[in-house]
Design a protein around this ligand. Structure first.
Ligand code: APR
Length: 171
């Protein structure tokens, strides 16, 4: 089942929350900053042992002080107009995160709108990519949550869900 939630992803008590990180995995602003603040300094310390993460890939860490058991950090593409493979890289972020979740027995997972903040990815195109991959993987999870930070973002995801996989949208 896919749920659209409006709120702060750091509050979600799920098996894993996904972080829109940068390639150092050592924290930043936006949702990255919120997750590191809520997880505590142990998250950065742990991530220092991971040696960074290329764009499109994902790495897993414990959730530490978060209600979520794990953090899956993925590095989204910076939007440069769309002719540098940004859409394929964003799709890879969702796939890499889902595959890593499956490999770690994760049954409930929440995603922020990766790359749509500081990295400037157009929100409509990003939502279409996110929902496409979520619809594909949802049958293999108990819960897939699109955690939006504004009602406008949530409405955008609801529209995409209705268009792409109405049968998977939680009522
Ligand atoms: N919970 C859920 N979503 C959030 C939260 C939160 N607490 N805070 C921000 N968001 C949303 C933003 O509104 C946006 O829709 O997360 C989405 C992604 O925005 P950013 O956090 O700016 O991430 P991104 O665009 O992928 O840029 C990543 O920003 O913070 C730095 O270190 C990070 O360099 C990396 C870059």
């Amino acid at each position: 089942m896919i749920e659209v939630h409006t709120g702060d992803i750091t509050k979600l008590a799920v098996d894993a929350i996904v972080n829109a990180a940068n390639s150092t995995l050592l924290g930043g602003g936006g949702v990255d900053g919120a997750i590191h603040r809520a997880a505590g300094p142990e998250l950065r310390k742990y991530n220092e042992t991971l040696g960074g993460c290329p764009t499109g890939e994902a790495r897993i860490s414990p959730g530490f002080r978060l209600p979520a058991r794990h953090v899956i950090s993925t590095v989204g593409p910076v939007w440069h107009g769309g002719d540098r493979g940004e859409e394929a890289l964003l799709e890879r972020c969702y796939r890499s995160s889902f595959e890593l979740a499956l490999a770690n027995g994760i049954r409930s997972i929440a995603f922020p709108a990766i790359s749509t903040g500081v990295y400037g990815f157009p929100k409509d195109r990003a939502a279409a990519i996110a929902v496409k991959v979520m619809c594909e993987y949802a049958p293999r999870f108990e819960r897939v949550i699109a955690c939006c930070f504004s009602p406008e973002d949530a409405a955008r995801y609801e529209r995409e869900l209705a268009r792409r996989c109405p049968d998977r949208a939680a009522g």
